[in-house]
Every structure is written in structure tokens, then in C-alpha cells.
Design a binder for this molecule. Structure first.
Ligand code: ATP
Length: 217
């Protein structure tokens, strides 16, 4: 069975934190594909100004072009009227009937998961991978008992449990295989402030694109 992970977000811009998550999880979970899903406009970020989807897509394409298993989906860009993750996951599940599907989120998204539309459906439609992030504790008290029962904490016993675990219920894996202190907010702020440090946080081809099109100034 094909194993495919999807990674939703604004990616404004895509950075080394996202890319490291993609590379490490592809290895750890023996994925056939790891797919970025840039949001048309992340529902929880309404009201904030977000760079155009075309530019955000282009930056992910530049960053991942040499990585054969890492791809991009336009599923959310093509359906801006259906912005919620549960809608995207149901669509993907119906389309990829012969695949094991994972949805990946960082610890900050996990922390606010109960504010997402149909969050229980998000956590039970496909397998979930929660990735640690500096400054964010991973707590489980905000989700219900039936959800908690599905948590597989790989921080205690890494590697093999991620692979061939069979269960009819969807699992929620928690991993600290990646813990990089990079955020898109920090990158945007540094660019605006004229601080060059941000170049160390994105691939060189993304840095070039940001400069060429004068993003985040
Ligand atoms: P912003 O600072 O604008 O909120 P971000 O850096 O959190 O941006 P998003 O595009 O919002 O990036 O994130 C997409 C997904 O990637 C989310 O699930 C988020 O939790 C996760 N993520 C982002 N940065 C990291 C990181 N350094 N480590 C692990 N997960 C991350």
C-alpha cells in the first residue's frame, strides 16, 4: 500500500523547518510521497495579509524540485470556496482509496486543533503526525478521551512503531525527530527589519525569489 503524507499550511514563505519535516518524515515513516498543500488562505489566518498563492506555490516548487518524493498539491488552491482541512482530507481520502494517508502538523497547530472546523473529523479521517517545535509543549488534555486513546508517542520509542503498526482506527503519531526553531513570521519580520539572518532559514533559491519579487518588504 502506498504511503502518502500531506502537509497543509500557508508556507508564507516555505522554510527550512518545513523542509526538514518533509525530509525526515519521508525517511522515518517510509513514505512514497510527501505532499505540501499550500492553503489558498489558511482559515485561522483570516484577516492577516497573506502573500499570493502563486508566489507561495512557486517558492515550494523551487525548494523541492530536486527532491523526487516531495511534491505539491493544488487541491486547496483549486477550491478556495472549501478552505477547511476536513474538506481537503475527505477529498483526498476519496481519491486515494488504495493509500495510507497521513496528515502532518506542527506542535503549534496541535495546540490549537480544537479550534479547527470539524477538528474531530480531521483527527479521525486519516493518520496524523504531530511534530515537535521549540517553544511549544505537546499536551493532550485539550482533546477528548477517544482521541487520546489513538496517540502513539514516538518520543519514547522512536522508529519501528511508525512503520508497520496495524490498527483499524486512525493513529496520531507524535515525533520529535525534527525540532527546528524556524518560523515564517520570524522570516517576514527580519526581512522587513532589513536583518539578513533570514537567508539562513530558507534554501538559497527561495531567498533569491523573495528578493527578486521584493516579498515581505
Ligand atoms: P507562521 O509563522 O506564519 O505562522 P509557520 O512557520 O508556522 O508560519 P505555516 O505555513 O503556518 O508556517 O505552517 C505549516 C505547518 O508547518 C503547520 O502545521 C506548522 O505547525 C508546521 N511548522 C511550521 N514550522 C515548523 C517547524 N519549525 N517545525 C515543525 N513544524 C513546523
Amino acid at each position: 500500500m502506498k504511503r502518502v503524507a500531506f502537509y497543509g499550511g500557508s508556507f508564507d514563505p516555505v522554510h527550512d523547518g518545513h523542509l526538514r519535516v518533509a525530509e525526515v518524515l519521508t525517511e522515518l515513516f517510509e513514505l512514497d510521497e510527501f505532499v505540501f498543500i499550500p492553503a489558498f488562505h489558511a482559515p485561522h489566518k483570516r484577516g492577516k495579509t497573506v502573500t499570493s498563492p502563486v508566489c507561495r506555490y512557486a517558492m515550494i516548487a523551487l525548494a523541492t524540485n530536486d527532491l523526487p518524493k516531495i511534491k505539491i498539491s493544488t487541491v486547496e488552491l483549486n477550491a478556495p470556496e472549501k478552505p477547511y482541512t476536513f474538506e481537503t482530507l475527505l477529498k483526498l481520502k476519496n481519491k486515494l482509496t488504495d493509500a495510507q494517508i497521513f496528515f502532518v502538523m506542527g506542535a503549534d497547530s496541535w495546540e490549537e486543533i480544537t479550534t479547527w472546523r470539524e477538528w474531530k473529523l480531521v483527527l479521525t479521517t486519516v493518520d496524523i503526525i504531530v511534530v515537535t517545535r521549540p517553544h511549544f509543549e505537546i499536551e493532550f488534555s485539550h482533546v477528548s478521551e477517544e482521541i487520546r486513546e489513538r496517540i502513539v508517542d514516538l518520543r519514547e520509542s522512536p522508529q519501528p512503531a511508525a512503520r508497520n503498526r496495524q490498527s483499524k482506527d486512525q493513529q496520531i503519531y507524535v515525533t520529535d525527530a525534527v525540532c527546528l526553531d524556524v518560523s515564517a513570521t520570524e522570516i517576514r519580520q527580519e526581512i522587513r527589519a532589513g536583518d539578513n539572518h533570514w537567508r539562513e532559514l530558507v534554501p538559497p533559491q527561495v531567498a533569491k525569489y523573495i528578493e527578486k519579487y521584493e516579498l515581505y518588504i
